[in-house]
Ligand binder design. Structure first.
Ligand code: ZN
Length: 130
């Protein structure tokens, strides 16, 4: 197993410093009551997950870029493989974006913080042997 990296912690709801403690308190983006509740500090390493008030306003840019990237990819898939059904692109894009909102909200916050926090190097004895 590799040392914790940014992609892993962003995708799997982990603290960007240690890759062990959870970032959001629930695993699921679709827990409607708690999907947006974060740990203030990493439960494993104590890393401050809310560096300053308003820190996560910057996450808006991340989530915006996720939406744009998703729409471009989704559109290209339609144009290339389902051109006859291109009307369905317009019909489906809004509900799909709404469904993806909690997911992108969480991804955006995790990736925004991961830009500022360097992952810890794991120091396992078996890794230093070679
Ligand atoms: Zn941590």
């Amino acid at each position: 197993m590799a040392a914790p990296n940014r992609l892993y912690s962003v995708l799997f709801n982990k603290c960007p410093r240690c890759g062990v403690g959870d970032f959001f308190i629930t695993k699921s983006a679709y827990n409607l009551r708690n999907f947006d509740k974060m740990h203030k500090h990493c439960p494993h390493c104590g890393e401050n997950l809310v560096p300053e008030p308003g820190f996560y306003q910057g996450a808006l840019y991340m989530s915006y870029s996720f939406y744009v990237a998703f729409m471009v990819i989704y559109f290209l898939i339609f144009v290339n493989f389902f051109e006859k059904y291109i009307d369905y692109f317009l019909i489906s894009i809004i509900p799909i974006l709404i469904i993806l909102t909690p997911l992108f909200y969480r991804l955006a916050r995790r990736s925004w913080l991961a830009l500022f926090i360097k992952p810890l190097e794991e120091k396992h004895p078996e890794n230093s042997a070679h």
